[in-house]
Design a protein around this ligand. Structure first.
Ligand code: HEM
Length: 364
């Protein structure tokens, strides 16, 4: 598509699909031309849940909302979580080491991010499983969601739960993120309940599936590249750059959505005002114009300006946390299970989603 139809309109849905690095970067970052507002003025279903969250707002509201949470996610604030993340990783790996064989998604990559984000939000431990489940249904994948369960049912269950939790925190504040959002003010005004709900839902969904898939995709890339695995075992200091290459090569978020607010031209193609646009991050990250030998997994790639965390004002808020969790998880795997290999004959099945990219299971 990058060569033949880099900017392509799907005649059925009317959406415009953008594939080249340069165009994807523009769509993600030129917020005056490409709006993040989802579903226009009257979004429905899951759209409604995120309508007031920072990922679906434009400036100036976006800047105000983002300023409330940046402190919690700076590399420094996130580094303070490292000992807890390492402790959780080791607990999860204890279960694996004792058993011999495992599904690394179910046993490590899946629970780790959900526990970390639940703890940040102040969600009681006994409710974690329900959270993971809601997040799964909302990102429309089928790893654990029973067939037939609709996003709308899940959305209302989750909203009900959050409303009750917000009420509890209002009367008895804690040190968690929900309590600090409750007391935050923008220009003397508190956040509205839909804005609070938007924050909670976004952090839950954005922080779980994506990080699970980064860890799973990293294990897969290393299993396919024994030479790289050998180098990392000898030199674990190379892990951060290896993870950047995993983010490029198997991007956990494949596509993002925008709406053109004015007529514009992308790769010579006129795109009308009001056009819904899908920016294909996964394709941009394989664009040979930007990445020489783009189809090769090469941890020595430099520079590696991948778009896996987006670009511009909506650049992923959780990138430092995702990088830290993945580094700790992979370091622990390399140290504690150096002989790790994929289960013989394992059939690796991808999740059914055009947005998130990852495996349903990873038997080792
Ligand atoms: C935004 C990817 C992990 C929270 C984004 C965007 C991408 C992305 C592509 C840009 C959206 C856009 O341009 O519209 C990823 C990937 C992750 C990851 C690949 C893991 C490997 C996390 C985590 C959290 C998080 C762990 C939180 C705990 C957010 C938030 C935004 C965002 C709040 C919205 C930022 C804004 O609109 O200003 N992420 N993410 N993400 N991400 Fe992540």
């Amino acid at each position: 598509m990058r060569a033949m139809a880099p900017v392509f309109q799907d005649s059925q849905s009317g959406s415009w699909h953008v594939f080249r690095y340069e165009d994807v970067q523009r769509v993600l970052s030129e917020h005056a031309t490409f709006s993040s507002r989802m579903g226009g003025d009257n979004p429905s279903g899951t759209g409604q849940l995120f309508a007031a969250s920072l990922i679906t707002t434009d400036p100036p509201r976006h800047r105000q909302l983002r300023s409330l949470v940046t402190q919690a996610f700076t590399p420094k604030a996130v580094d303070a979580l490292a000992p807890r993340i390492a402790g959780l990783t080791n607990e999860l790996l204890d279960g694996i080491a004792a058993g011999g064989s495992a599904d690394l998604i179910r046993d490590l990559a899946y629970p780790l991010p959900v526990i970390v984000i639940s703890e940040l939000l102040g969600i009681p431990a006994e409710d974690r499983e329900r959270f993971k489940h809601w997040s799964d249904v909302i990102v429309s994948q089928t790893r654990t969601a029973p067939a037939g369960e609709t996003q709308d049912t899940t959305t209302s269950e989750m909203v009900e739960y959050f409303l009750a939790l917000i009420d509890r925190r209002r009367s008895r504040p804690g040190t968690d993120l929900i309590s600090s959002l409750l007391s935050a003010e923008i220009g003397g005004q508190r956040l509205t309940v839909p804005e609070l709900l938007g924050f909670c839902s976004l952090l839950l969904v954005a922080g779980n599936e994506t990080t699970t898939n980064l860890i799973g995709n990293a294990v897969l890339c290393l299993a396919e590249s024994p030479g790289t695995l050998g180098r990392l075992l000898e030199e674990p200091g190379l892990l951060p750059q290896a993870l950047e290459e995993v983010l490029r090569f198997r991007s956990p978020v494949q596509s993002m959505y925008r709406v053109a607010v004015a007529e514009t031209v992308l790769s010579g193609q006129r795109v009308p005002a009001g056009a819904p646009i899908v920016a294909w991050i996964g394709s941009a990250n394989r664009d040979g114009q930007q990445f020489p030998a783009a189809a090769e997994f090469d941890i020595d790639r430099s520079p590696n300006r991948h778009l896996a965390f987006g670009h511009g004002i909506h650049f992923c808020l959780g990138a430092p946390l995702a990088r830290l969790e993945a580094r700790i998880a992979l370091e622990a795997l390399l140290t504690r299970l150096p002989g790790l290999s994929l289960a013989p004959g394992a059939e690796l099945e991808r999740m059914e989603s055009s947005i998130v990219y990852g495996l349903k299971e990873l038997p080792v």
